[in-house]
Design a protein around this ligand. Structure first.
Ligand code: 3PY
Ligand code: MG
Length: 257
């Protein structure tokens, strides 16, 4: 079996739940430890995050082979943004603000080398990040590629059944902040009307064999509720929030209270 294997993709396909974390601390020691902490995926953010591709080139390889799948959220559903993201060695993308079937089809095409897609071909850097030959990378990467589309507007919810029907879409990934803001509930990411929209996305995704995902929850109890609602591709926090949580919990237990 190739070292280039995307456990996240195959586990979600089997109906499992996969938990991951966002990277804010752009340092190899922090990224390496996060990737080896037991999370199923690690997400670097180039939509709202500060990382440049020069930095990501060094950090993504800390995740390759760790057991966690390295993902990048791209700034936009753009062929060049996706090409540059995947050239770091990331084995999947999270695409923001996908609203139509056509946008989802494009996102998938941008991630695949021809003939399946239109990704420009220069496999040297991503193959080296994984420690495999360019031949091995080319042989496996189209099949191992993971694509999550963010559902975060009313229009996207209206079109969700069409969006999840696109071959190659592995997961939906609700952005509660954008979804609530764009539907008149700014500051209330889990307003009951927003939660109703989330339920529709979960149902449509599962019916199409796509994993329903969500970017974040509001703490451990709430994350448990989100799992019980049916989400299976879930952000449990960031390196920063998890470090704070670990510190606060440890101190609480030692000091009581
Ligand atoms: C959102 O909430 O809109 C996101 O994209 C993830 O935080
Ligand atoms: Mg968003």
């Amino acid at each position: 079996m190739s070292r280039l294997r995307n456990e996240l993709k195959w586990r979600l396909k089997r109906g499992e739940t996969c938990l991951g974390a966002w990277v804010h601390i752009l340092h190899p020691v922090s990224v390496r430890n996060l990737a080896r902490s037991g999370v199923d995926w690690v997400l670097f953010d180039t939509e709202h995050g500060a990382a440049s591709f020069e930095t990501l080139d060094l950090l993504v390889r800390e995740v390759c082979g760790s057991g966690a799948t390295p993902l990048i959220r791209v700034v936009w559903n753009d062929m060049n943004a996706i090409k540059r993201a995947l050239d770091t060695g990331a084995l999947g993308v999270v695409v923001p603000l996908v609203e139509t079937r056509e946008a989802a089809e494009n996102a998938v095409r941008y991630t695949r080398y021809p003939p399946e897609g239109v990704r420009g071909c220069a496999p040297g850097r991503p193959a080296s990040a994984w420690g495999v030959s360019t031949e091995e990378y080319l042989d496996h990467v189209n099949d191992e590629m993971f694509v999550a589309v963010q559902i975060e507007t009313g229009r996207a919810v209206e079109n969700v059944e069409e969006i999840v029907s696109v071959d190659g879409v592995d997961a939906t990934f609700i952005g509660p902040t954008d979804l609530s803001t764009s539907t008149g509930h700014r500051g209330q990411p889990f307003h009951p009307e927003v939660v109703e929209m989330m339920r529709r996305v979960i149902e449509a995704s599962e019916a199409a064999g796509v994993a329903p995902g969500i970017a974040y929850g509001l703490g451990v109890e709430h994350l448990r509720e989100l799992i019980d609602m049916g989400f299976r591709f879930i952000g449990i926090g960031s390196d920063v929030s998890l470090m704070s949580y670990g510190c606060q919990e440890t101190l609480r237990r030692l000091r009581g209270g």
